[in-house]
Write a protein that binds this ligand. Structure first.
Ligand code: TPP
Length: 537
């Protein structure tokens, strides 16, 4: 006889899941033990939200759903952030939590929450695992996560049900993303390519904007097309690295990062905007609805939306068709002035800065020079995200991770942990604010314990600086956006991680390089002045 918990574990193991992230309660111990028996490691974390974020990034980098396991009640309630993040940031996540058994007395309300009702609006699939349905429900939930747009599924398993016999023998499941070409897509790719060639032939200032809906496997193709035709390109933050941002045709990062006014002006100056996998979920303004965009989508955007009149096409096929042709025109750096202004913003340090603070531009430049191009960078949410989002020179696909659909703080450090477990051979850098760092710094201990060393740079200004700048912008009185210092170095050391503080770019670069080479965790505190961000936004 196979118990239901064992059947869940077997389905996950057969689907290639090697790690489940989480924080247990008594009600999930049997499932945890069954996972252990089938060789699925449990990554024990210190908050369920962090576990969910780490799992989702780990999963996306491995091309499968991340899996997070929590207890019922409070543990399950802590899943709201990662489920919402998975939904809006297209990071596949299967969350499983315990629940009060159905046959408990009706008067038993301790830790009882309407979990399915709460999570249904933010999940692609919600179900209760039972002995009868386990071999259907779990594979289906895994598959749902990987249907584009990627997202979350939520399952519950009560401790009683976990011990009941499972009906069928577990089946093998293959998790694949659902880009099986719908009928007619082949022909549409040819038409779409012809249409684009016609539009580009007439355009004097075309701009390709690549978004979250592109599959990283198309990076080489899209680079060949853009570079070969010398087409100007922008990306949204979550696909940074799909093109080489040090290439001459790279115009900048669209959607709410530093230099956004400049980027919006560039978008308006284009006479042809090609939205290649562009997903408005990343855009905090409304230009995606106001400017005429020629959409090239192969899957619906977040929320299942497709712009009116847009037919889905296969990106690889469209690109292959385009690559069969010569460019229909030539464009001589039509966004040159924007590119130059963008570069100047990073290096222009005129104006006041606190004496012990490092110019934010120097932080990015020092780290980019010190770390190899394959380095995975994660950011938290705040002014530092805008800085790194715009100016970190991403060079390779899937090397930049931020929460930009949900834009939820406490993402950066957990994402770094998940990324390092998924890609143990590449250096990982987490760039976080001191506000965000204090939300989940304790996971540094987790990272040490599970063998996932990464470098964390904490930009210290004792404020929620992005919100402080917003308060200033609204001409409000300064009010409750500053906080007192917490010693970042001591915090790191108390988690068993080396820490240092520096205001010197060379020292920052040398320390980050050394830690990456030695595969050691390191936390570097860098004082910044919130006022310096004014010149970048
Ligand atoms: C969970 C969550 N709470 C609140 C916010 C609103 N918010 C956005 S940025 C920010 C400030 C972040 O401060 P810090 O981590 O110090 O970064 P900084 O802006 O100083 O770079 C806040 C509070 C959010 N995005 N997510």
């Amino acid at each position: 006889m196979t118990i239901t918990a064992a059947a869940v574990a077997r389905v996950l193991a057969d689907a290639g899941i090697e790690r489940v992230f989480g924080l247990p309660g008594g009600e999930v111990l049997v499932l945890m033990d069954e996972l252990r028996r089938v060789g699925v490691d449990f990554v024990l974390m210190r908050h369920e939200a962090n576990a969910g974020i780490a799992a989702a990034v780990y999963g996306k980098l491995r091309g499968q759903p991340g899996v997070v396991l929590t207890t019922l009640g409070p543990g399950a309630a802590n899943l709201m952030l990662p489920l919402c993040s998975s939904l809006l940031d297209q990071e596949p996540l299967l969350a499983i939590s315990a629940q009060i058994p159905d046959d408990f007395p009706a008067s038993h309300t301790h830790q009882l929450l309407p979990l399915h009702e709460v999570y249904r609006p933010v999940s692609k699939c919600v179900a209760k695992i039972t002995g009868q349905n386990v071999n259907d429900v779990v594979p289906r939930a895994l598959a749902e996560c990987m249907k584009r747009p990627f997202g979350p599924a939520y399952l519950t398993l009560s401790a009683r049900e976990a011990l009941k016999p499972a009906d069928d023998a577990p089946k093998r499941v293959a998790i694949a993303s659902n880009d099986d070409a719908p009928a007619g897509r082949d022909g549409r790719a040819g038409q779409k390519a012809e249409e684009l060639i016609g539009l580009l032939a007439k355009s004097r200032r075309p701009l390709v904007v690549i978004g979250l809906g592109i599959d990283p496997s198309n990076a080489a193709r899209i680079r060949r097309w853009l570079d070969g035709w010398d087409l100007p390109v922008m990306v949204t933050p979550k696909v940074k690295g799909i093109v080489d941002e040090t290439a001459p045709n790279f115009v900048g990062v669209a959607s709410g990062m530093a230099a956004d006014d400049l980027m919006c002006d560039a978008l308006k100056a284009a006479d042809l905007l090609i939205g290649f996998g562009l997903d408005p979920v990343e855009i905090d303004k409304t230009w995606h609805a106001e400017l005429p965009i020629h959409w090239i989508l192969e899957a619906p955007n977040v929320g299942g939306t497709v712009p009116p009149g847009t037919e889905l096409v296969d990106h690889a096929q469209v690109l292959d068709r385009l690559l069969d042709h010569q460019p229909p025109s030539t464009w001589r750096a039509p966004f040159g002035e924007f590119q130059q202004k963008r570069r100047a913003m990073l290096t222009d340090r005129s104006g006041p800065s606190a004496s012990d603070a490092m110019w934010p531009g120097d932080i990015v430049q020092a780290l980019a020079a010190a770390l190899p191009p394959e380095t995975i960078v994660t950011t938290d949410v705040g002014s530092h995200k805008y800085l790194f989002g715009q100016f970190w020179p991403s060079r390779q696909p899937e090397t930049f991770w931020m929460s930009n659909g949900l834009s939820g703080m406490a993402y950066g450090l957990s994402a770094a942990l998940g990324a390092k477990l998924a890609r143990p051979d590449v250096p990982v850098l987490a760039a976080v604010g001191d506000g965000g760092f204090s939300m989940n710094a304790q996971e540094l201990e987790t990272a040490e314990r599970v063998g996932a060393p990464f470098v964390t740079v904490v930009l210290e200004d004792c404020s929620y600086s992005l919100i402080k700048l917003s308060q200033e912008g609204k001409q409000l009185e300064p009010y409750r956006v500053d906080f007192g210092p917490i010693d970042t170095v001591k915090m790191a050391e108390s988690c068993g991680v080396e820490g240092l503080r520096t205001s010197n770019p060379d020292e920052l670069a040398a320390a980050a390089r050394r830690a990456a080479e030695r595969r050691r965790s390191l936390v570097i505190a860098v004082p910044v002045s919130y006022a310096d961000y004014r010149r970048l936004f």
